[in-house]
Design a protein around this ligand. Structure first.
Ligand SMILES: *Cc1c(COP(=O)(O)O)cnc(C)c1O
Length: 243
């Protein structure tokens, strides 16, 4: 992986992404500061992350617990790490006090574990509920119709706050096809916010990746998770642990 790293490319890519974010904000009458760019650094070496850091990025997304904790130790302490990948309950204890936000809560058992581990570490864990808007078999996440029932149980957990919703839209070359899922996620978050439940805020909508983040911003994303567009393609063959 290190051998693929060409200094300067990350900075250049960040410039392009930033411009696209600004344009999407303008088109949809939104403020740039209402959208957080999460640089998804999974499988990428520290040197590339440092380049993004030097370009001003402070929020990074990882999808593996071990990789997140290793990078947490190695890289500057003012980086805010987001856990964006599927999370196994037995690994929650390693990241509950290291991840600023866990994007991928999709079961009560996982929420319960996060709550318990947060209590042990005396922190309040911030989480998003992951919703499988397109109902793809290959994806994790709550089914959209199950979210309201889930929400009602959240107040039981005193050491977590649900900050919003997250979705991973289908992999497609045509981002317009994903607009419906982004707009439906936003509607769902408005319906949840209307219920005014303790522990539940709906300020965050984490949606949009390299192929579709501009459409996601037009549909209300407050966090976009961009990996390939910043760091280039990932080579999973070189690192089976990060697949
Ligand atoms: C890898 C990943 C991303 C980034 O995907 P790109 O298409 O490379 O931008 C975003 N979100 C999640 C949950 C991911 O696992």
């Amino acid at each position: 992986m290190e051998t693929c790293y060409e200094p300067g490319v990350v900075t250049e890519n960040l410039g392009i992404v930033e411009e696209k974010i600004q344009n999407a904000c303008k088109r949809s009458g939104r403020k740039r500061e209402d959208v957080t760019l999460i640089a998804v650094s999974k499988t990428k070496p520290a040197a590339m992350i440092r380049e993004a850091y030097d370009a001003g990025i402070r929020v990074f997304g990882e999808n593996k617990v071990q990789e997140l904790t290793e990078k947490y130790e190695e890289l500057p302490s003012d980086i805010r790490w987001h856990m964006i990948g599927h999370l196994q309950r037995n690994k929650v204890k390693y990241i509950v006090d290291k991840a600023e936000l866990i994007h991928s809560v999709d079961s009560l058992r996982l929420l319960e574990t996060i709550d318990r581990e947060a209590a042990k570490k005396q922190v309040t864990a911030k989480v998003l509920l992951e919703v499988n808007m397109a109902k793809e078999d290959t994806k994790f996440g709550l089914m959209p119709e199950d979210v309201m029932g889930f929400i009602d149980k959240v107040p039981e957990f005193k050491n977590v706050t649900v900050e919003g919703l997250m979705t991973i839209a289908p992999n497609t070359d045509d981002p317009e096809k994903n607009r419906q899922f982004f707009s439906a996620l936003r509607k769902l978050s408005v319906d949840i916010a209307d219920k005014n439940i303790d522990n539940i805020h709906m300020g965050v909508l984490s949606m949009g990746m390299t192929n579709d983040y501009e459409v996601a911003i037009e549909e209300g994303a407050t966090m976009v998770r961009v990996g390939t567009g910043i760091f280039g393609k990932r080579n999973y063959a070189l690192d089976k642990n990060t697949r």
